[in-house]
Design a protein around this ligand. Structure first.
Ligand SMILES: *[C@@H]1O[C@H](CO)[C@@H](O)[C@H](O)[C@H]1NC(C)=O
Ligand SMILES: *[C@@H]1O[C@H](CO)[C@@H](O)[C@H](O)[C@H]1NC(C)=O
Ligand SMILES: *[C@@H]1O[C@H](CO)[C@@H](O)[C@H](O)[C@H]1NC(C)=O
Ligand SMILES: *[C@@H]1O[C@H](CO)[C@@H](O)[C@H](O)[C@H]1NC(C)=O
Ligand SMILES: *[C@@H]1O[C@H](CO)[C@@H](O)[C@H](O)[C@H]1NC(C)=O
Length: 508
């Protein structure tokens, strides 16, 4: 029958030899496994094929490294399956690869991502889901090398490409490159290239893109940001987006190792808060937010904004923008906010960011309020970071890993990194993410600094207004016809989250 049966048997054999476990625990486990077995029988007899595919898929994608931290996702069958795999894992020495999905290939999809790491990451998830749905072969996406960050890294420099390909093979075929004949055609420039329409439904890809792929055999999508709508997509598509994001996209072992080291160094000294302090030159030039900057800095930022033709907005009123909550918090505003939220002054604060604009001068109030400020550069030696130095995406990947693990995550701006980490932390069991209401905050801060609010009033107002903004379970905001304003799928992938109180299998 289904492979789950075999694993259950193995689990039983193991029942008695689990080291260091009390008998009560073993019995409870066995009872639990009977329940699970019953549930699995009921479901697998209907879904024999699905179950084989899913179990093996999960055995692989939920490999040993992630099993301890990642809660079950996807659907109920896989919940059961993953917990079984979890229990039996010590007896399975090598990973089981999922069987390949068999389908008639409709052609090849090439993808050139645009934007920073986290925007590209979301795009890769979308493109895998699209390729799967169209029954085409996806070529490992090309990353943006010409964006502001000018990072020459390839997909394989950042992500574990073998894992990406094999862990998704039960859904879609992915190749590192086109077959030779098509590759030659592309090298000669004979490839149909186009940007898909933003926020399209999957039906657009089916009705408009698939015929092109069938006609030309290979199509290249040359822009990828927000090309698939957040909402209204089939549940399978949403779940696949999550699966790519949370388990098929794994950083290279080099990045993961370094991330683990940083996390270990931080953990040695107790809990830590990651502050994604998006107070970097590009952000300020682009947004035109100059609160707290001196005249020379305002000029420098303005010059930079005019120098980049693709930053369309040139004339910006910083004060108005700030009052509308559209500016990243300054380091000074951030220090006041963290203090108002009663963050322990002795807490380690890891700054996940590049160079802070204005340097030490601007960081002074934050450093006074929270003396245990650290950054990757202070935790690691220069030699550790040498290979990363000129690769902003790899640096960002490192910050991403540390952000995921933190006890508290606080982004000062809702950029792509902030959003994806927020969603990932929800996925990891609604870990605390403080979602700052910047519009309200700057108003409170102004009232506090001009003396209309006392410290206690200010602090109480900040705490009160943020009590339900801690990254807990909420519904994703849907605004039909205004996709730009609704919540981003990846910041709250509701379809893939398991609400903590609902645990159908732990009733024994
Ligand atoms: C994709 O393949 C599946 C299974 O072979 C089939 O049911 C489905 O209709 C195909 N879809 C497209 C768009 O070719
Ligand atoms: C994408 O392809 C279209 C059509 O070939 C082209 O006009 C456009 O400039 C390309 N865009 C990018 C970002 O390369
Ligand atoms: C990084 O880039 C800078 C400036 O382009 C260069 O001087 C430096 O040698 C590079 N470092 C490494 C490790 O490649
Ligand atoms: C994509 O991944 C990031 C982190 O991996 C996460 O924050 C975001 O919500 C994810 N999106 C999806 C598809 O769930
Ligand atoms: C203090 O600042 C707030 C917010 O900007 C403003 O509404 C208020 O009138 C100011 N009060 C004083 C006394 O300046």
């Amino acid at each position: 029958m289904c492979k789950i049966e075999k694993k259950v048997e193995r689990k039983r054999e193991m029942g008695g030899i689990l080291k260091g476990e009390s008998r009560g625990g073993v019995e409870k486990q066995l009872k639990g496994s009977k329940m699970k077995l019953w549930m699995i029988r009921a479901t697998t007899s209907v879904l024999l094929w699905t179950c084989i595919v899913q179990l093996t898929a999960i055995g692989d994608t939920w490999g040993p490294r992630v099993l301890n931290v990642w809660p079950p996702c996807f659907n109920r069958e896989s919940d059961a399956a993953s917990s079984l795999v979890h229990d039996t894992l010590p007896s399975i020495p090598q990973r089981v690869l999922p069987p390949k999905r068999v389908y008639k290939n409709n052609g090849y999809l090439m993808v050139s991502c645009n934007g920073g790491l986290n925007q590209m990451r979301a795009a890769i998830c979308d493109m895998v889901a699209i390729a799967r749905y169209l029954n085409v072969t996806l070529i490992v996406p090309e990353l943006d090398k010409s964006s502001f960050w000018a990072d020459p890294s390839e997909f394989k420099d950042i992500f574990d490409v073998e894992h990406f390909i094999t862990s998704l093979r039960d859904e879609v075929r992915i190749l590192k490159e086109l077959p030779p004949r098509l590759k030659r055609r592309v090298e000669l420039g004979r490839v149909y290239s186009m940007p898909p329409i933003s926020w399209s439904d999957i039906s657009y890809y089916h009705n408009q893109i698939l015929p092109l792929i069938q006609k030309y055999k290979v199509v290249q999508l040359n822009r990828t940001d927000s090309r698939l709508a957040n909402n209204g997509q089939p549940l399978e598509i949403q779940k696949l987006r999550c699966r790519v994001n949370f388990s098929a996209l794994r950083f290279t072992s080099q990045i993961e190792e370094l991330g683990k080291r940083v996390i270990r160094l931080l953990r040695q000294n107790g809990p830590f808060l990651v502050l994604h302090l998006r107070y970097e030159m590009d952000m300020l030039a682009f947004s035109g937010c100059t609160q707290g900057c001196n005249e020379e800095e305002v000029e420098e930022l303005t010059r930079m904004r005019y120098a980049y033709p693709w930053w369309k907005e040139k004339i910006i009123n910083s004060d108005l923008k700030r009052k509308d909550g559209l500016c990243p918090l300054t380091p000074e505003e951030t220090a006041l906010t963290l203090r108002a939220l009663d963050i322990d002054p002795s807490m380690q604060i890891y700054i996940a960011a590049g160079e802070i604009y204005g340097g030490e001068r601007r960081m002074a109030s934050l450093a006074t309020a929270f003396p245990n400020l650290v950054r990757k550069e202070t935790l690691l030696g220069a030699s550790d970071l040498r290979f990363f130095q000129n690769h902003s995406s790899q640096m960002a990947a490192l910050d991403y890993l540390v952000s995921l693990e933190s006890d508290i995550f606080v982004p000062t701006y809702d950029g792509n990194m902030a959003k994806v980490v927020e969603g990932h932390r929800r996925f990891l069991g609604f870990k605390k993410t403080v979602l700052l209401d910047r519009r309200l905050l700057v108003d409170l801060i102004d009232q506090y600094t001009n003396g209309s609010l006392s410290w206690d009033e200010f602090s109480a107002a900040v705490k009160e207004s943020h009590s339900d903004r801690m990254g807990g379970p909420v519904n994703r905001l849907v605004i039909p016809d205004r996709p730009k304003e609704e919540d981003y799928f990846y910041s709250n992938p509701e379809e893939c989250l398991q609400i903590p109180s609902i645990d159908l299998l732990s009733s024994t």
